[in-house]
Write a protein that binds this ligand. Structure first.
Ligand SMILES: Cc1ncc(C[n+]2csc(CCOP(=O)(O)OP(=O)(O)O)c2C)c(N)n1
Length: 366
């Protein structure tokens, strides 16, 4: 038996909590209909995503190419049921399309791809999303001088990938305050416990050593999540890493925190019990805040570029050929100013306060 509820979008935390339940239910529904997928990996991160899209993400779903949009990268791309449940909540896709997950011909594949307008980066190969997000944050802060923020969701088993730590190294070195990594520390990987389980302090010390600003929270406490996002947008001058203790399969007592449920869709009878325990099917809609306005400092002008040409018999060192090509190409672009903070400091009276210590920073008024 399921209950269908509808409610007006608000930005209060109770709404975000309800939305988290909806994201869980929808992750179960789509993956059970497909007979495959990663519902438990989606359920652990549902509250983190619910608070983000209700109160912090600035994104125009009708204009995914707007250069001012925030970026949200699911480095743990296998949590695609959660991505698509989020699209439904934002009104970008219908419930019916969400239920085509992993069906032949559907754009909602097992891992998100840029064939979908609201996906920047194809993820699924663990360890790739965070470094790419670092590149996007670098472009925003150092090249395009735009106010967008980059949010990236990582799994904890994913943290065993070396590329993650190269990413944190560069983020820390370049002081990318416009980057927030959210680590979904649900203790379990594909098989058994991760390297550090729920030893959150180990993660805290590691990310701090890489020059990032760590915040340790309970990833199911919407108030704590809200405060952490507010701090991430304040003037820390560093990339923020939110180390969120979560529970894999959160919300369905039969599988919560149990090994052996990674990458498995719930059979229909279990799905029905889970949906009941999670409060039934909901169709809550989120009104995500629109991005700030800004013009990219670098204009991609149509000025012709004359690239060097070579004859077949020419002997040219690769490094020389490459640098000549780059210098011709880069002549198109003016030298950009460097952006030093993640956000312009004043937005009073609109969607956020300016106090770095205030958790209402960028919080949307109800
Ligand atoms: C490079 C790479 N290796 C292995 C896999 C297979 N794989 C998919 S999900 C997963 C476990 C991920 O665990 P975690 O990061 O803890 O995320 P969770 O699902 O627990 O939230 C693995 C090993 C992959 N997708 N990419």
């Amino acid at each position: 038996m399921t209950v269908t509820t509808e409610a007006l979008a608000t930005t209060d935390l109770e709404f975000a909590r309800q939305l988290g339940q909806q994201l869980r239910v929808d992750s179960i529904r789509s993956s059970t209909a497909a007979g495959s997928g990663h519902p438990t990996s989606s359920m652990s991160a549902a509250d983190l995503v619910a608070v983000l899209i209700t109160r912090y993400l600035q994104y125009d779903w009708n204009k995914p190419k707007d250069p001012n949009n925030d970026h949200l990268v699911f480095s743990k791309g296998h949590a695609s049921p959660l991505v698509y449940a989020m699209f439904k909540a934002a009104g970008a896709i219908t419930d019916a399309e969400m239920m085509t997950f992993r069906k032949f011909g559907s754009r909602l594949q097992g891992h998100p791809t840029p064939a979908i307008p609201w996906v920047d980066v194809a993820t699924g190969s663990l360890g790739q999303g965070l470094p790419i997000a670092v590149g996007v944050a670098l472009a925003g802060q150092k090249l395009d001088n735009l106010p967008y923020h980059v949010w990236v969701l990582c799994g904890d088993s994913e943290l065993a990938e070396g590329s993650i730590w190269e990413g944190f190294d560069k983020a820390g070195f370049y002081q990318l305050a416009n980057l927030t990594a959210i680590l979904d520390i649900n203790r379990l990987g594909q098989r058994g416990e991760t390297e550090y389980g729920w030893t959150l302090d180990t993660y805290r010390r590691r990310v701090e050593a890489f020059g990032c600003f760590p915040i340790v929270i309970d990833g199911h406490d919407v108030t704590a999540i809200d405060r952490a996002y507010g701090t991430a947008l304040s003037a820390t001058g560093k990339p923020t890493v939110i180390i969120a203790k979560t529970i894999k399969g959160k919300g369905f007592s039969e599988i919560e925190n149990k090994d052996g449920w990674h990458g498995k869709a719930l059979p229909p009878d279990m799905a029905e019990r889970a949906i009941k325990e999670l409060g039934g099917i909901r169709h809550l809609k989120v009104k995500t805040a629109k991005p700030e306005s800004g013009q990219p400092a670098i204009k991609h002008t149509e000025a012709p570029v004359t690239l060097p040409t070579y004859k077949k018999e020419d002997k040219v060192a690769t490094r020389w050929g490459r640098s000549r090509t780059w210098s011709r190409w880069m002549a198109r672009f003016p030298t950009p100013r460097t952006r030093t903070s993640s956000r312009r400091p004043t937005r009073i009276g609109s969607s956020r306060s300016t106090s770095p210590s205030s958790s209402s920073w960028r919080r949307r008024s109800a």
